[in-house]
Every structure is written in C-alpha cells, then in structure tokens.
Ligand binder design. Structure first.
Ligand SMILES: C[S@@+](CC[C@H](N)C(=O)[O-])C[C@H]1O[C@@H](n2cnc3c(N)ncnc32)[C@H](O)[C@@H]1O
Ligand code: SF4
Length: 348
C-alpha cells in the first residue's frame, strides 16, 4: 500500500515536469515566431503585447529606400520604379524618430536615386535631421552619383558620415551596356569628381559594385586602389521576383546573373584589395533591414519583396516582425563596423 502511493506520487511529479517542459517549449517557440529574427509567420494583422519584447529585433542599421524613381536604367536593378510615391518630409521624419526610439544607430538612404527628389534637398534635410536632431552615430547614402552637385556637399556634407557611389565597371562601354549611365556622360569621370569632393568636405567615400555577366572578367584592382574607398562592397547580382524577374517585373535580370564559381573567381582576382567586402546572394538576401517608400519593411525570404504594414501605422515593433531580417547573417557579412566618420582614422 505504502509502496504504491510512493510510485503514484512520483508518477504525478513526472507528469507535472512533462507539462511544464511542454509549456516552456510552446512559449519560447511562440515568442520566436512573432519577435525572433528568423520569423516564419505570415504577414497577418496581429497586435504585439507590450510586455513581451525581449527577443524583438532591434533596427540597429536601417536602409530607407524613400523613392523608387531613377534617372539610370541598370538592367539588373532590384529596386525599380513601381510607384512614384515619396512620403511628405514631416511623415518621413516621424518614422525616423520612431526608429531611433527603437534603437536605430545607422540610417542609410537609398532608392531609386536618392538625389533625384527635389534635386537632393529632400535627402539633405533628412540627413541633417538624422545627424543634428536624432544624433545618429552614422548617416550614409548610396547613390549612382550622377545628380550630386558640389553645393550639396557645402550645405549638408558636415552631417553625412559615408557616401557610397555605385560603379560596376571602369570601362565606359560596359557601363552603357549595363545601363549604368544617362546619355553619353562618363560615369567614371563623375566618380572621380565625387571622390575628391568627399575628401574636400570630409565625408567617408565608399564604392559598391554589382558583379554580373558584363563585368565578371574585369580586373578593377588598380582603379579601386587609386580611388582608395573606406569600403568596396562587391555584390553578386541578385534576382528578386517582381523587381527584376518574373511577370510583374520592370526588369529582366536573368541575363546578368553569374554563378557562385564565377563570383569566387572575381573575388580571388581582387584578393589584394584590402577594403573589399564580398556579398554573395546568400549573404545579401535577408541581411538588410529594408524600408520602402511607405516605410514598410520588405521581407525577401521568399525571393520577392513582401511588405509589412507601415511603421507609421503600427509602430516599429509590430512591423519588424514581418521584415524577414536575419540578424546573424547581418553580423556574419560584417554589417556592424566603424560607421561614424568621427571614429574613422581618415586623412582628410
Ligand atoms: C537599388 S540601388 C539604389 C541606389 C542608387 N540608385 C545606386 O544605384 O547606387 C542600391 C544598391 O543596390 C545595388 N543593386 C541593384 N540591383 C542589384 C542586384 N540585382 N543585385 C545586387 N545589387 C544590386 C546597386 O548597385 C546599389 O549599389
Ligand atoms: S541600381 Fe541603377 S537603375 Fe537601380 S536605382 Fe540604382 S542607378 Fe537606378
């Protein structure tokens, strides 16, 4: 009799332990689904509980593509002119403030071509606001460079940490073939002009290149070493359904795509360039927090850009659940680096 009551109480204890374990597993899986960096939840309307954000993604580094309009026609472009919408300045500032309150340290303005809207004044005002009012450690821009005037540097240069200019080739006919051009103007001459303005106005200079069918055999070593950027980002041309691939797309980039092996060969050819930062398709796809022109996060996990709700409507914490952002990959690709110009040891 005594023996059977001991066995029964031990069985009860075991049962309780199993229930607690299951409850714990269920709770942690649920919290990852809504707040984790590798969420697999579908974009449905769901209110976020105020008290449960320990695993929430922090928007440390954000890329705001505030316009989709562009004056170039790069055949591989994965952020195309599907709308001409740009938020009013005050709304954009409101969203940037929300991001800062959620932990943003770096903002990168992109597009489309960010210097196109209001001839760069809209961009300049956002740069100024982010540095002077929000006091962000890092404010940067990525641009094709064709619309930048010296006056812009005089007015806004102090508040800009990094300017990245995209250049995929140092051979003008290749730039023409790619579509990285407007009329007959030399993209490369312009790149050199901007490089010297960056030096003069104390802005860190960076270069982005997309490696594709047309430039994969090029050796850019000498040109890059001469321009001496703080970082040279080398991207493997990426396909995004609805942008540069598939029926709804404004571009057909399949003919630009190169294999992993050809990309590796390009990297090996340039292994003597110390500032080279490679980004394969795998590294690039989900490792950026992308905000579109409506301030919606874009989730690229399904190979297309699925939008969340706007942070202006539901706040950052709810919208970011549907960003598809892979924070581990962000760190693996070197997404966090010395990004304030005040901390860079540059010879101006
Ligand atoms: C969409 S652009 C917008 C900013 C600006 N218009 C420019 O070209 O620099 C942002 C960056 O994405 C790169 N990019 C565009 N299409 C790409 C693709 N299919 N694969 C990889 N990078 C791409 C551009 O070269 C540029 O460095
Ligand atoms: S990649 Fe080319 S087409 Fe696309 S936004 Fe930049 S400059 Fe314009």
């Amino acid at each position: 009799m005594q023996l059977s009551s001991v066995v029964a109480s031990q069985l009860l204890l075991l049962l309780q332990f199993c229930i607690d374990t299951l409850r714990f597993i269920f709770a942690s899986v649920f919290s990852k689904v809504c707040y984790g960096t590798i969420s697999s939840a579908a974009p449905v309307d769901r209110k976020v509980d105020q008290g449960q954000d320990q695993n929430a993604t922090t928007p440390t580094s954000v890329n705001y593509h505030f316009t989709r309009k562009c004056n170039y026609k790069c055949g591989f472009c994965f952020h195309t002119a599907k709308t001409s919408f740009v938020l009013p300045l005050d709304e954009a500032k409101k969203g940037l403030k929300l991001l800062k309150e959620s932990g943003m340290e770096k903002i990168n303005f992109s597009g489309g071509e960010p210097f196109l809207h209001e001839k760069g004044d809209f961009l300049g005002k956002l740069v100024q606001y982010c540095k002077q009012d929000l006091q962000l450690p890092s404010v940067s821009i990525v641009s094709n460079g064709s619309m930048i005037k010296e006056k812009w540097f005089q007015k806004y240069g102090d508040d800009l940490d990094i300017l990245a200019i995209s250049c995929d080739s140092f051979d003008e006919p290749t730039n023409q073939l790619i579509g990285r051009a407007q009329g007959k103007k030399s993209h490369v001459d312009n790149l050199h002009k901007i490089r010297s303005w960056c030096q003069q106005y104390k802005v860190a200079f960076k270069i982005n290149s997309v490696i594709n069918t047309f430039n994969v055999d090029e050796d850019m070593t000498e040109n890059i070493l001469q321009l001496n950027p703080v970082r040279w980002k080398v991207f493997q041309c990426l396909l995004i359904d609805g942008e540069n691939a598939g029926e709804e797309a404004l571009r057909e980039a399949e003919r630009f795509v190169i294999s992993e092996q050809l990309f590796q060969e390009f990297l090996e050819r340039h292994s003597s360039v110390p500032c080279l930062v490679p980004e394969s398709n795998e590294k690039m796809r989900n490792s950026y927090l992308i905000l579109d022109e409506y301030m919606r996060f874009l989730d690229c996990r399904e190979g297309r850009k699925d939008p969340s709700k706007s942070i202006l409507d539901v706040g950052v914490r709810e919208a970011i659940c549907f960003s598809g952002f892979d924070e581990k990959m962000f760190l693996k690709r070197g997404g966090k680096y010395v990004w304030s110009k005040a901390d860079m040891k540059l010879e101006w």
